[in-house]
Ligand binder design. Structure first.
Ligand code: AMP
Ligand code: MG
Length: 880
């Protein structure tokens, strides 16, 4: 089946005019994909990189530098589309700093280097078929950039995206260009050959190329690295930087035990269950900056020898055919990474460079810092920090994630960040002019941030410019922050009976008419209406020409004066246009039938397409599958329906005192009740769920379990270990790991942890760290986790509806926190709801929790309610 896929792909590539090397490389990878290649590098096959040369200790004379630069070209990987930032065109066309785009800055950096060293230093872009035109238009501003005998760009190869089952090239008639993708930046070596640029460079006496991403503003063509490479006759040099906690997700170099060669292990190449080693920044203490230097002669030799197939490790990427539409069908993209070529060349080296050579803009958070006054461009157009010390940490809310949203919210420029250590924005405020961030800034709310505001350390007496700064979040703020991080659950085609309760991913159209054919809605006789004119006054006798039952196809037709016996659901014979009910006849089975009433044409006939016409939408995307939806889908012949699948929830309890139910209790021990409770709550919310069991109060053990679980879970719920105790394991292990521990103004459930856990391949798994007391855990689930699961499943409304109920006894509440009490709610004789708070309102009362059927909600500004007052209640059980 998939050989067919290969043939079809190759055919398409030929039609598109792609070179034979490109096709050979595609074939090579296709076979690997078929053979189930994962392209992983297991930890026990490698050793950490060990000591390497630091750029700071390389000493190069001006002469050596000039000599090396005179034989070097700058090649920028410029195929990026910035989809992650919501862009559709070339990412490098984005304005990053002082009104200049990435490409402007790159061009100006190259021109400055040429002038400083008196060298030719060609600049060539590797564009994709999507980025070329736009990028060259920007470079037109710099006519002096062009170098004789060389193009300003070459176009990266393209390959078909493949359907996961069958590996056929995907079809996407809505936008056929989306059927194609570039084969990753590892394709640069092939494209250099197929475009003729490699030969052209060597022809001009250019022997080295510096390859880097165009969105990395730190990747300038450093003469010292060039000279070092030339001096040592190195075929290939990769720049690495010292790894910090925040680089744990980036690829790193290591030494392959088998042959001593340096290899690159990217996120996608981590073997299952080995996340931990990959993220260990002490063991693998540098990361790959994707700035690469290649000896072009060695490259040409290699490419000729291998007929264009360097054999870089395969990367199998799963994406949606339309990257901007997560509900479009899934595809496989076969890719390879530029940096993995390090293993191909004998004698490759790594060099340790300062962080300043790795300054990528991957998110609008990065963009904010780069645009701000924390950085400036020097006379060589290098990005330099205006202030010493670490870069400010920026975390903007989802509304700012796309460039369009970002620009709208900073219409007068970004804030001053020189004195800022961190800026977090929850909510959606628009920023005014001339704003300054000082120290740690948390903006939480929706109000506009006024012009000239100073955020963070406020001058005495100043009025805070935004709604609720501070470290305690309201319930609504916390929920909003959670919901903002969630992606819809992936869609999947499912058999009808498994889709109950799930949300349909896209409109389903009928491929048939309902009814499929004209048929009878009554048992009786199919006739021509005209044959029965006047039958009400004088009965008419018709000749019976045949009989048709449901499931039969009549082979005769009905003429004037004729009738055919017909059953409900049977096709109307040709010639007939109405049915007379058997009750209005003498019911004869053969011969002649006496008819005692007239009928109009169409009487008791269900015409074809009356219910559904073929091609019309029968079930809209977004609707929830219920019994009636299933009936309709089945009637239209669909055996499956594409829905957002159930998120898989893994429940973990923490605490050294916990013992599984059924086990005997030792001194100080209690049974784990949260696991079963949270499992059931997740299942009742529509998720699929699994109990992982109890983890003691050991951070190592918890991290190991989470590493494992992050490979398969869509959501992780932990309970316990989040408050202020000495053994609060969850907080200890996960603080600073992308999980935020906050205080929420509610009771119970004040300590809450939430964030995205990073699993293998960079998958982001929402993690809820709920407090351990059973009642707190339960309330937290209802208030935060259930809405989140519903959001992921695309179910609305996300929150359960509150209803008014009359209290039959008074309650006290903390001021300033929203209280969720437990109550038994019933209906009064008048039909209104009454709420009886349960006796045990402490967070450890499991029996009273189980007795209750509702939570009652006391607002933040209320401290006391008396009997007879009305409270909002949230009914926990399905209503009868
Ligand atoms: P912690 O937040 O870990 O300090 O736990 C708070 C309280 O909840 C302690 O009394 C724990 O023993 C109890 N607790 C924690 N986890 C569970 C669980 N899974 N089942 C029952 N009780 C628990
Ligand atoms: Mg505990």
């Amino acid at each position: 089946m998939s050989d067919q896929g290969l043939r079809a792909s190759v055919e398409l590539m030929r039609e598109r005019g792609l070179g034979s090397e490109a096709i050979r490389v595609f074939e090579h990878y296709f076979h690997q994909l078929q053979a189930g290649a994962l392209g992983t590098i297991p930890e026990d096959s490698i050793e950490p990189l060990g000591d390497i040369q630091a750029l700071g200790e390389v000493h190069v004379s001006d002469e050596e530098a000039r000599a090396a630069l005179s034989k070097t070209a700058v090649i920028k990987l410029n195929g990026g589309l910035g989809t992650g930032m919501g862009m559709t065109g070339a990412k490098s066309a984005l304005e990053v700093k002082d009104g200049l785009t990435f490409l402007d800055i790159i061009a100006l950096q190259v021109l400055a280097l040429r002038e400083r060293w008196g060298v030719e230093l060609p600049l060539v872009l590797m564009n994709s078929f999507r980025t070329s035109e736009e990028s060259l238009a920007i470079l037109e501003k710099y006519p002096e950039l062009a170098v004789e005998g060389l193009p300003l760009d070459f176009i990266q190869n393209a390959e078909p995206k493949l359907c996961p089952d069958g590996l056929m090239p995907v079809r996407w008639p809505q936008d056929p260009e989306l059927e194609w993708c570039p084969p990753g930046h590892g394709d640069i070596y092939v494209s250099l050959v197929t475009s003729g640029v490699l030969d052209a460079l060597l022809e001009k006496g250019i022997h080295y190329a510096f390859l880097s991403n165009s969105d990395n503003l730190g990747a300038t063509c450093d003469p010292d690295v060039a000279a070092w490479m030339v001096e040592h006759g190195l075929p290939y040099v990769a720049e690495v930087c010292t790894r910090t906690k925040s680089d744990r997700k980036g690829g790193h170099l290591a030494v392959r035990k088998a042959d001593g060669r340096i290899v690159l292990r990217d996120t996608a190449m981590v073997a299952e269950g080995e996340e931990r080693f990959f993220r260990d920044i002490k063991r693998h203490n540098t990361f790959n900056a994707n700035n690469v230097w290649v000896d072009l002669e060695v490259l040409r030799e290699r490419m000729t020898q291998k007929e264009g197939v360097l054999g870089l490790p395969i990367i199998v990427n799963h994406k949606n055919v339309d990257p901007a539409d997560p509900s479009s069908p899934e595809v496989i993209q076969i890719e390879s990474a530029m940096g993995t070529a390090i293993e191909v060349f004998e004698g490759s080296e790594a060099i340790l460079v300062p962080r300043t050579r790795f300054r990528p803009v991957k998110t609008t958070n990065d963009l904010l810092v780069i645009r701000s006054d924390f950085f400036s461009l020097d006379e060589s157009y290098h990005v330099v920090a205006a202030v010493e010390g670490p870069e400010p940490f920026v975390d903007l809310d989802s509304a700012y994630r796309f460039v369009s949203g970002f620009e709208k919210r900073f219409p007068r420029g970004v804030p001053s960040m020189r004195d800022c250590t961190s800026l977090r924005v929850i909510g959606d405020p628009v920023f005014g002019r001339n704003i300054r961030c000082v120290g740690d800034v948390l903006i939480d709310g929706y109000r506009r941030v006024l012009d000239d505001a100073v955020l963070g350390e406020l001058p005495p007496g100043a009025v805070p410019p935004v709604s609720v700064p501070g470290e305690v979040r309201t319930v609504d703020e916390h929920l909003r922050a959670i919901l903002a991080t969630l992606e819809p659950a992936p869609t999947q085609r499912m058999p009808l009976t498994e889709a109950l309760g799930l949300v349909v991913a896209r409109d389903v159209r009928a491929e048939v008419n309902l009814p499929h054919f004209d048929n009878a809605s009554m048992d009786g006789y199919a006739v021509r209406a005209e044959s029965l004119a006047g039958a009400a006054e004088v009965p008419v006798r018709l000749h019976i020409v045949g009989e048709v039952a449901a499931g039969q196809q009549p082979t005769f037709s009905v003429g004037p004066g004729e009738a055919a016996r017909i059953m409900t659901g049977a096709p109307i014979p040709d010639g007939a246009d109405a049915v007379i009910a058997v009750e209005d006849t003498d019911g004869a089975a053969s011969g002649e039938v006496e008819c005692r009433t007239a009928v109009r044409a169409g009487r008791y006939v269900r015409p074809r397409g009356e219910d559904v016409t073929s091609g019309s939408v029968v079930v809209g995307g977004g609707s929830v599958v219920g019994a009636r939806t299933l009936a309709l889908l089945a009637a239209c012949g669909h055996a499956e329906v594409e829905v957002h699948r159930r998120p898989h929830v893994v429940v973990i309890s923490t605490g050294a005192e916990l013992v599984a139910p059924g086990e005997p209790l030792g001194p100080g021990q209690i049974h784990d009740s949260n696991s079963s409770m949270l499992w059931a709550a997740a299942v009742s919310a529509g998720a699929s769920a699994e109990v992982r069991g109890v983890v003691g109060d050991s951070e190592e053990e918890l991290i190991a379990v989470l590493d494992e679980v992050a490979a398969s879970a869509d959501v992780v719920i932990t309970s316990g270990g989040v408050s202020m105790g000495a053994y609060d394991v969850v907080k200890g292990a996960l603080s600073g790991e992308g999980i935020d521990f906050v205080k929420v103004a509610m009771q119970p459930g004040k300590p809450q942890g939430y964030g995205l856990l990073t699993g293998p391949g960079g998958r982001q798994v929402p993690l809820f760290a709920l407090p351990g007391n059973p009642v707190s855990s339960f309330v937290s689930f209802e208030v935060f986790v259930r809405p989140a699961l519903r959001r992921m499943m695309r179910l609305t409304p996300e929150k359960r509806r509150l209803r008014p109920a009359t209290l039959i006894s008074g309650v006290d509440s903390f001021g300033g926190r929203r209280q969720f009490g437990r109550a038994v709610v019933s209906r009064s004789a008048e039909g209104t709801l009454v709420a009886a708070p349960v006796a045990g309102q402490g967070s450890h009362f499991v029996a009273d929790l189980s007795r209750a059927n509702a939570l009652f909600v006391v607002p933040e500004d209320v401290t006391e309610l008396v009997a007879g007052e009305v409270v909002d209640v949230l009914l926990l059980d399905p209503e009868a």
